[in-house]
Design a protein around this ligand. Sequence first.
Ligand code: GLU
Length: 301
Amino acid sequence: MSATRTIGRFAPSPTGPLHFGSLVAAVASWLDARAAGGRWLVRMEDLDRPRCVPGAADAILHQLEAYGLIWDGEVLVQSRRDDAYAAALNQLQAVGQAYPCACTRSQLAAAPRNAEGEAVYPGACRTGLPPGATPRAWRVRVGDVSTCFHDRVHGRLCQTLETEVGDFIVKRADGLFAYQLAVVVDDAHQGVTDVVRGADLLWNTPRQIHLQTLLGLPAPRYAHVPLVVNAAGQKLSKQTLAPALPESGRGAVLAEALATLGHAPPAGLANAGPAELLAWASAHWKIENVPRRPVIAKPAS
Ligand code: GLU
C-alpha cells in the first residue's frame, strides 16, 4: 500500500443525463477509489458553455445518488475556475510554451489526420502570426519526443505529440479554456491520484502529461475502461441518441455495468439493489480483470 491516500474522480460534462456508457466510467472510478479506501470526487466539466444543457448537472448528481455512487466533499464546477486556468495559461506564456494562433477551422481542414481522426496541427503559427492576422486561439508547443505512460488497463503506451497531435489548443478561439488545460489544472487542484475514465480519452493522456510536465504538476496514474458502443460501433452519447439511465430496475443495470467491467456479480445477487452490488464489487475489485476492448451495449441501454 502506498502512503498516499487514493483520490479518484468522475468528471461528467453536463450535456445531458448519464447513459449506460457514462455509468460504466463512474462505477469504475468509484470502485477503484473505494476499494483502496480512498476518496471519490465529482467535478462538473461545464467548460464548453454552448454544449451544456440547463438542468443536466443536477440530473447527473441525482442519477449518481440513485445508483449509490456517493461522492465526497463539494462538487467542483469548472465554469467557476477560469482564474485558475488563466493562471496556468500565463505560466505557459511566460516561458514561451504557448503562442497565439490565427488559423481558422477551414484553413486546417486539409491538415493530415491522426489515428483518432483528429487534425494534426501543421504548425502554421508556430514561428509567429502571418502579417495582419488576428490571434484567435492559444496553442501549446509540443516536441518531437515520445511521451509514454503506463495505463493500468492497457499497459505501456507512447505517443509522439509532434507527429500525432501537433501543438494543441489550450484556449479556444471563442475565449473558452480547452478541456486539456482545465483537466490537468483541476486534477492537480483536487489532488487526484487515480484517473479512471472511458477509453475514448486514452489518447488525450499524453497531451495531459505534457501539460503537467510544463506546469510542474504531479501526474496521476491512469486507467481507461472499456467504451460502451452501440451495434454500429459508435460510442454511446447524446449524439448517438443513447437513452438516459432508467429510473427503475437500477440493480439490473448496475449488474450489467459491473459485468462490462469484468466483475459480473454472483447469481446470489440477482435481485440485489445498488448498495449491495457496490459493496460486493468494491470487495472484489481488481483492475487487472477489466477488459480492454469496447463492449457492445444491450439494446435496452
Ligand atoms: N468531461 C469528460 C467527458 O465527459 C471527461 C473528462 C475526463 O474524465 O478526463 O467525457
